[in-house]
Design a protein. Structure first.
Length: 450
């Protein structure tokens, strides 16, 4: 396994050590009545919220995606009960919701009001997660609404057929579209001995473009690891103190578009950048302790995945900028033919739509019992362009993460629509960055963005 921290990765020498926060920031000075209301009315609820997340996490190892608050807030070792304590946990979350309901939201303005709304949504999602862990059955849409504050649009087979027809016209050769597509994209695999150089350049470019518009803490850093034997393609493990571990799974086939895609999604200006700014602006500067923990199945994560999914669009605009950069830098580094880049991304735009919406639609139909365990992989091969192996593997992901799949496409589309509806134009890319950055430093909910 090759490990590179950010300064080594970018050629800056040895990095300073990262680390986990020992606490949740300095006490802040109260400057107004609203600050006092927030401090006395919400801060205690926020602390209890964090402790409840950690307690629920005892019963689902995926639930706590990141925690960098006080160690003494973690549940005591051995405190996990043999039988899931549904009534006990439900009582705790209901008590917090009632306490928050007693706080008058009209006293809050601006970001303080967003905090109130976000915390209420988060508590409601915890209650739903507790119910699901106890065996409560929900439809796919009911679950996604309860956990992520959003419901994915429905796409019928005709939607995919129309896109696949366009793809069939664009792909070389004749015959089965799935086979033609997979044969075609196999020309664009990054050789394993080229991965480090390609990702070094991709993440450096993403970071350079991000820093033109976003100021990050001086101690911001990350470690990049190439790993194996994982179910996912890539992951950001945020550790606190502006530090991330970003992992790329080399067991998966890494096509050339993944270099910018993963560098922007997991790093700049995606998850690493987002979590770094939330920690600085909300946890450290405002002492909002709820931002010392990140529950994976929550409304906040829909926004996080939306930001990460939209990241590459804000980095390279117009899209021809990305093609030009990859033709000049990444394709040669990977030993690929740069003259094929423009055609590759023309085809990728079509397959991206099929992939993101197709996976969501297959999960909904499978989990709602509308497609069987045999029918779902066949549907994914036909409409989602999955390989046989990838289609079979999707079943396990659906069963484990369930409606989480909507966070990618719904979150991304929600961010895109919000930014475009608030003044971002093709001629004003700075406005796009301004709106995007504002979402990185505030606690919006899906409901607020619609």
């Amino acid at each position: 396994m090759k490990e590179l921290n950010r300064r080594q990765f970018l050629g800056y020498g040895t990095a300073a050590a990262g680390g986990v926060l020992a606490g949740c920031g300095k006490p802040r000075v109260l400057n107004s009545i609203d600050d006092a209301v927030s401090s006395t009315g919400i801060d205690n609820i926020a602390e209890s919220y964090v402790k409840l997340i950690l307690e629920v996490g005892l019963y689902d190892s995926d639930y706590v995606d990141a925690y960098y608050g006080p160690e003494e807030w973690r549940p005591a070792e051995g405190s996990k009960q043999k039988k899931f304590p549904h009534e006990q946990l439900t009582e705790k979350v209901n008590r917090l919701i009632k306490q928050l309901e007693k706080v008058n939201p009209s006293k809050f303005q601006g970001i303080e009001r967003l905090r109130y709304t976000s915390l209420m949504k988060e508590l409601s999602a915890i209650r739903a997660k507790i119910d699901l862990l106890s065996g409560t059955k929900m439809s796919f849409d009911e679950e996604s609404k309860a956990l992520y504050d959003a419901v994915a649009p429905v796409h019928d087979d005709r939607f995919f057929e129309n896109i696949l027809k366009k793809l069939g016209d664009a792909l070389p050769g004749k015959g089965d579209i799935n086979e033609r597509f997979n044969d075609y994209r196999n020309e664009f695999i990054i050789p394993k001995d080229k991965l480090e150089g390609v990702f070094r350049s991709a993440i450096a470019e993403c970071r350079r473009r991000t820093l033109k518009y976003i100021e990050l803490p001086t101690n911001e850093d990350f470690t990049l690891e190439f790993v194996t034997d994982k179910s996912w393609l890539a992951y950001n493990w945020y550790k606190g103190n502006s530090f991330s571990v970003i992992q790329i799974n080399t067991d998966k086939t890494l096509f050339i578009d993944r270099a910018i895609g993963l560098s922007s999604h997991e790093g700049y200006p995606g998850h690493h950048t987002h979590l770094t700014l939330l920690e600085k602006h909300l946890l450290r500067d405002r002492n909002w302790v709820e931002y010392s923990v990140c529950p994976l199945f929550s409304p906040r994560v829909l926004i996080m995945e939306g930001i990460a999914g939209y990241a590459r669009r804000v980095l390279f605009f117009p899209s021809s900028e990305r093609v030009e950069y990859e033709q000049t830098v990444l394709f040669p580094l990977a030993g690929l033919d740069p003259s094929k880049a423009e055609k590759y991304y023309e085809i990728k735009r079509l397959t991206g739509v099929v992939g993101s919406y197709g996976r969501k639609e297959a999960a909904r139909r499978y989990l709602d019992g509308k497609m069987s365990k045999d029918e779902t992989p066949a549907w994914l091969r036909k409409y989602g362009l999955h390989t046989p192996k990838g289609a079979e593997a999707a079943i396990g992901s659906f069963e484990n993460y369930r409606s989480y799949v909507i966070t990618y496409s719904v979150g991304r589309d929600m961010l895109k629509n919000y930014i475009e509806a608030h003044g971002s134009t093709d001629e004003n890319h700075a406005k796009r960055w301004e709106l995007f950055t504002s979402l990185l430093t505030r606690p919006p909910t899906a409901s607020a963005l619609r």
